[in-house]
Ligand binder design. Structure first.
Ligand code: HEM
Ligand code: HEM
Length: 143
């Protein structure tokens, strides 16, 4: 149940992050105003990512991957690519990605010009997007 939620919510998270980066790039490139719409997009993306984090954390401690990690110990678990990916690499990369989104959101609020708001969001959300793309266990996603 939690895993299914985490898997479905991931579509929303990935979609919103992609949309954010595209919209903010367009805004920056064409010198558009940073309106309440862009602000809401950035905020919704942040909230959706925090919920993804919450679902991920809850699932993590129930997951077979974490049980194997506990049973085998770090040294042996790290030698098994499947356990390593699900119990270590994926959670760690996503944790960093979510932190980037949170920092980016927090920093953009303090910027005073529209262009610097766009630029801050493009950098932080963009780096998060790369990490998310690299860290999703594509092979397991509704396989
Ligand atoms: C594991 C769970 C979570 C952690 C560790 C976490 C962490 C954080 C942190 C560190 C901030 C501060 C950002 C800043 O400096 O401005 C923040 C802000 C926020 N989080 Fe979360 N969060 C979690 C879950 C959630 C959930 C479940 C929601 C929504 C349902 C949520 C919604 C928000 C919102 C709306 C903000 C404020 C954004 C603003 O500054 O306007 N978070 N969170
Ligand atoms: C941007 C954030 C995240 C995204 C987009 C994401 C996405 C996904 C996807 C697509 C899967 C494959 C699910 C499936 O089998 O259908 C997955 C699995 C998993 N995720 Fe995440 N995730 C995120 C964050 C996290 C975090 C923060 C944690 C833990 C702290 C976590 C823990 C896990 C675990 C343990 C699995 C393995 C599921 C299994 O037991 O097969 N995820 N995630």
């Amino acid at each position: 149940m939690i895993l299914q939620l985490h898997s479905y919510w991931a579509y929303l998270a990935l979609g919103l992050l992609l949309l954010s980066v595209i919209i903010f790039k367009i805004g920056w490139f064409f010198n558009k105003k940073f309106t309440v719409k862009e602000q809401r997009l950035a905020l919704f993306t942040l909230i959706v990512f925090h919920i993804q984090l919450l679902l991920g954390l809850v699932w993590y401690f129930m997951s077979p991957a974490y049980q194997s990690l506990k049973a085998l110990g770090m040294g042996a678990a790290i030698k098994n690519p499947e356990i390593r990916q699900l119990a270590i690499e994926h959670p760690l990369m996503m944790l960093i990605a979510i932190t980037l989104v949170t920092i980016g959101f927090s920093k953009h609020k303090k910027k005073t010009t529209d262009r610097s708001k766009y630029l801050t969001l493009i950098w932080f959300y963009g780096m998060a997007l790369l990490l998310v793309l690299a860290g999703i266990p594509w092979h397991y996603w509704f396989e």
